[in-house]
Write a protein that binds this ligand. Structure first.
Ligand code: GTP
Ligand code: MG
Length: 157
């Protein structure tokens, strides 16, 4: 899963979702057989991105026991660490689409409804190279042209 802040794209998720594979597939345009725990930090130069902004991609790897039981535990952590006025747009990424026959919309929709900071969602596969460049493009777009939440439950009171 990926979130985006200024022109830095940190990839955050529970372990083994495929963050490192996604970055390596983007960079080398092929699925890596051997993946390190973390990819090197890289900056995609402006002239090869659709939005013409340099984009710095940062990989994370989290090995702390006990944190991995809840798939979205990191979303509140991100919100806690950013001040309320600077909204950090999130892109919800469903990787490994090559392993499922059906769409993962049933899983995605409740998460989208719960977290209004999720700008968009995308299903992809590091293995098939499906939607890889697109998801980084969506992240750039979310930062450059944020739509903002249409409905903010906590402000409704
Ligand atoms: P941590 O750094 O431990 O948090 O894992 P990660 O999120 O970086 O995942 P990583 O890229 O190491 O991938 C974990 C496993 O999933 C590896 O065995 C990958 O080969 C596999 N994998 C990653 N992406 C895909 C995908 O799109 N399809 C399939 N079938 N396997 C994938
Ligand atoms: Mg990794």
């Amino acid at each position: 899963m990926l979130l985006s802040d200024s022109h830095t794209c940190p990839l955050v998720s529970t372990a083994k979702v495929g963050k490192t594979s996604l970055i390596m597939s983007l960079v080398s345009e092929e699925f890596p057989d051997d993946v390190p725990l973390r990819a090197e930090e890289i900056t995609i130069p402006a002239d090869v991105t659709p939005e013409r902004v340099p984009t710095h991609i940062v990989d994370y790897s989290e090995r702390r026991a006990g944190l991995c039981s809840e798939s979205c535990h990191w979303i509140p952590l991100i919100n806690d660490r950013t001040d309320k006025d600077s909204r950090v747009p999130l892109i919800l990424v469903g990787n490994k689409s090559d392993l499922v026959e059906h769409s993962s919309m049933e899983t995605i929709l409740p998460i989208m409804n719960q977290y209004s900071d999720i700008e968009t969602c995308v299903e992809c596969s590091a293995k098939n190279l499906k939607n890889i460049s697109e998801l980084f493009y969506y992240a750039q777009k979310a930062v450059l042209h944020p739509t903002g939440p249409l409905y903010c439950p906590e402000e409704k009171e």
